[in-house]
Design a protein around this ligand. Structure first.
Ligand code: PLP
Length: 394
């Protein structure tokens, strides 16, 4: 009998975390690594949120919270969904979790049975496929390309549907491509789904506020999609609160209740101090964090301009999130400084070892032609990183 379960043995290690660990190791050896691999704002949590956490500690918030979150927080989530997304939810439709990641894991655990297929437009966020597999689901990757701005078309969606299709999961703005689905594009997908009323959608909107084109659209806004969409969101990205670990869902009551039940056996409620702070974050206007979005936009333009000048990098123009996802297949089959590059993983490792810049292979996101570069770093770091990359590939 093996020590570890097949479940864990079959699971991939998160590529983003693995790259960060490798970068840390090289830093430990004294190498000056520029880390552009992690999906983490380089800002501090805003003071108006931190102050609420300090207040909560002083007011002795230290007990277990309701499993699905404090009522005041769930009310703030309801306010946020109404204000920002025109979505109306009631308290039993909301579950607060330990990050959007746990929210996604809950959904998979309560909805998937063995062999259920989950459509994932590629590139997709690194953990979707493994969360689905962990829960006996089957990820069905739908390949997109730079020509459609890495967005799935209605025809592609239709072609991927089988009698086993249970769900479709996607993020908009997308990690890693930065693509943002317009309302019309979402309607196109919804029109296909209208023919298949048993298919549910997970709409991961964690980058909602990091949007450079304005007009974030939620697929649940369509009346015919509301009852079959679970909208996932959280504070990690827009509020620079990755370590606070608060995410949430709004969705059909039956699914929310099931997530609550699952969470009750696995983790109980999310951290009490973080929950108190997030009440304020969500009740305040998103304009309070606009300064970060403005800076991300400057960096996006900066990195796109710099990459334009690097041979063999072909990028779309990301409309949200804080990543570029250039196609680097130009280098496949070539030898650089004696190292043969066969795929995006080789290329990403090459950049780490030779340019001392940490990126993530697109393979982890279901697209083996690209690498993901995060621009959640200072302008100086971005300029230096792309300079090093340019030198390493020339
Ligand atoms: N969804 C997407 C698309 C993400 O990029 C991330 C984090 O990188 C998450 C969910 C998880 O966020 P959280 O920190 O709330 O668990």
């Amino acid at each position: 009998m093996s020590l570890l379960s097949e479940r864990i043995l079959n699971m991939a290690t998160s590529a983003t975390l693995a790259m960060a660990a490798k970068a840390r190791e090289l830093r430990g050896e004294g190498k000056d690594i520029i880390g552009l691999s992690l999906g983490e704002p380089d800002f501090n949590t805003p003071d108006f949120i931190k102050e609420e956490a300090i207040k909560a500690i002083n007011e002795d918030y230290n007990s277990y919270t309701p499993v699905d979150g404090y009522v005041e927080l769930k009310e703030a989530v309801i306010t946020k969904f109404k204000r920002d997304n025109n979505l109306t939810y009631t308290l039993p439709q909301i579950v607060v979790s330990t990050g959007a990641k746990q929210a996604l894991a809950n959904i998979a655990a309560v909805m998937l049975n063995k062999g259920d297929e989950v459509i994932l437009p590629c590139p997709y966020w690194v953990s979707y496929a493994d969360i689905v597999k962990l829960n006996d689901g089957v990820p069905v990757e739908v390949k997109t390309s730079i020509d459609t701005d890495f967005k799935m078309t209605p025809e592609q969606l239709e072609a991927a549907i089988t009698p086993n299709t249970k769900m479709m999961w996607f993020s908009s703005p997308c990690n890693p491509s930065g693509s943002v689905y317009s309302k019309a594009e979402l309607r196109g997908l919804a029109d296909v789904l209208a023919k298949y009323p048993n298919i549910y959608v997970v709409s991961d909107e964690i980058y909602e506020h990091i949007n450079y084109v304005g007009g974030h659209a939620s697929i649940a806004e369509f009346d015919d999609m509301y009852d079959r969409t679970i909208t996932v969101n959280g504070v990690s990205k827009a509020f620079a609160m990755t370590g606070w670990r608060i995410g949430y869902i709004g969705g059909p009551e039956k699914i929310a209740r099931a997530c609550n039940k699952m969470q009750g056996q696995i983790t109980s409620g999310a951290n009490c101090i973080a929950q108190r702070a997030v009440i304020t974050a969500l009740n305040e206007s998103p304009s309070r964090v606009q300064y970060m979005i403005d800076e991300f936009k400057v960096r996006r333009d900066l990195i796109l301009g710099l990459l334009n000048d690097v041979e063999g990098f072909k990028s779309n123009t990301p409309e949200g999130a804080f990543y570029v996802f250039p196609n680097v297949s130009y280098y496949f089959g070539k030898t650089l400084r004696g190292k043969t590059i066969n795929n995006a993983t080789d290329f990403s490792l090459y950049l780490l070892e030779e340019a001392l810049v940490a990126t993530v292979t697109g393979e982890a996101f279901g697209n083996p032609d690209c690498i993901r570069i995060s621009y959640a770093a200072s302008q100086e770091q971005i300029i230096e990183a792309i300079k090093r990359i340019k030198e390493a590939v020339s």
